[in-house]
Design a protein around this ligand. Structure first.
Ligand code: NAD
Length: 395
């Protein structure tokens, strides 16, 4: 019998044109940055490419930081402030802000911007707690402005392929998902300790990288509501003096560490789907496993231990039957090249287009609140030592 190769025919449906659209420059958007740290640089790199953007202001709590940042990016004359609030009080014509602060300042800065009538591109994770996310959404609703949450992997063709495969019906009814990933060693302290302190980060591996894995699979299946969660968090590596010694970091990092470096959760989703999730900044293992999406007709394996980079780790595999029999047929889904502009460009471009046209947020809070509810649920369940229900108030 000839070998069945479904690859070409199955994949034809997913081919797409990613060519760049023409940008209307008849209206310039006035944009500012709140928090001029590490990720703000990635925002600036893309804003600089946008012919319809005028960068007008920036703010950072650390004296001189915003000014130095803007000068380094070639904008020595933009107005700089010592807090997002001070900037919003003084800049009356802003169309949009990028909120690039550490996690704990996401909610206050986003709410403040919305209350000043400014659209928000908010870095991930959405917030630290579910309660904060609800408050942000209330402010969004009241303001009539939009928030888009900064999940740039959404704009990567391979990530989009995951969603297209699920939506095509190729997998049948989805009933079990495993996702997550992580690093053997890699607690991020690139420019200090804002990622590891309770007062600045609030959540660790979950907020830094776990939220991406959750977004990859939840977006693919249409963001069903999470109902219950059994969660676990730990901090064995971050609290270990030996860990920081091996990383050549000061001894006080052991004291400063106040978040999760590993988290796991078993989440019951609406529609009878079980989501099995784990994420590690550090572990005694190479990987905590691929992402798998199991369905009644077929299952999908996504080599994905680093999906937060917007990419998958290799070709995906679909396991399915042919002619009603399980004859070991698989379809290899080849890796797609990235768009010419890259996913970060599209994260920013799609937000600007929505602001200009009065359109919907490309990565809407109405979806990401479920992502946040899972993270919040894991934290609460871990504390309680039992399964908990997820309840999201009406907004
Ligand atoms: N999308 C991505 O690929 C990506 C990558 C890295 C980080 N992030 C996210 O971006 C956020 C920031 O990360 P980072 O590495 O740039 O952190 P960082 O600590 O380097 O920078 C944050 C800056 O915000 C400033 N800040 C805090 N509150 C402020 C306020 N109210 N007003 C003005 N400035 C304020 C701080 O002083 C600091 O300089 C985090 O939430 C992180 O999860 C996203």
């Amino acid at each position: 019998m000839a070998m069945v190769d479904k690859t070409e025919t199955s994949l034809d449906a997913f081919k797409e044109d990613h060519s760049e659209k023409k940008i209307d420059t008849s209206r310039k958007l006035k944009v500012a940055i709140i928090g001029t740290g590490w990720i703000a640089g990635a925002h600036m790199e893309e804003y600089k490419k946008m012919p319809d953007v005028e960068i007008v202001a920036a703010a950072d709590l650390i004296p001189g930081k915003a000014k130095n940042f803007m000068t380094a990016w070639g904008y020595p004359n933009v107005r700089c402030y010592l807090s997002g609030h001070e900037m919003l009080e003084n800049e009356k014509e802003l169309d949009a802000v990028s909120v690039c602060t550490y996690n704990r300042q996401h909610a206050p800065c986003a709410i403040d911007a919305l209350e000043h009538g400014v659209n928000v591109l908010l870095e991930k994770p959405f917030t630290v707690t579910l309660e904060e996310a609800v408050e942000v959404m209330k402010a969004e609703k009241k303001s009539g402005k939009i928030i888009s949450v900064g999940f740039q992997p959404r704009f990567n063709p391979n990530m989009q392929m995951v969603k297209k495969i699920v939506e095509s019906g190729e997998l049948g009814r989805i009933y079990y998902i495993q996702t997550g990933g992580g690093r053997r060693r890699g607690i991020p302290t690139p420019f200090g300790t804002t990622f590891i302190e309770k007062d600045t980060a609030g959540i660790g591996a979950m907020g830094d990288i776990g939220c991406y894995s959750l977004d990859m699979v939840l977006n693919a299946i249409g963001y069903p509501k999470p109902l219950t969660v059994t969660g676990y968090t730990s901090d064995f590596f971050g609290k270990s003096a030996a860990y920081w010694k091996a990383e050549n970091k000061p001894a006080n990092y052991t004291e400063l560490f106040g978040v999760d470096d590993f988290a796991a959760g078993l989440i019951r989703l609406e529609g009878g789907i079980i989501l099995d999730f784990r994420i590690a900044w550090a572990m005694n293992l190479d990987t905590s496993g691929d992402t798998i999406i199991m369905g009644t007709k077929a299952s999908l394996r996504i080599p994905s231990t680093e999906c937060w980079n917007g990419s998958i780790g290799g070709p995906m595999t679909i396991y399915h039957d042919v002619a009603g029999t399980s004859v070991g047929v698989t379809t290899t889904v080849p890796m797609l090249p990235n768009t010419r502009e890259g996913e970060f460009y599209h994260k920013i471009r799609s937000f600007l287009d929505a602001v200009k046209t009065g359109g919907k947020a490309p990565v809407p809070t109405s979806q990401i609140i479920y992502n946040q509810a899972i993270i919040d649920g894991i934290v609460r369940s871990a504390k309680a030592g039992r399964e908990i229900e997820i309840q999201i108030p009406q907004i």
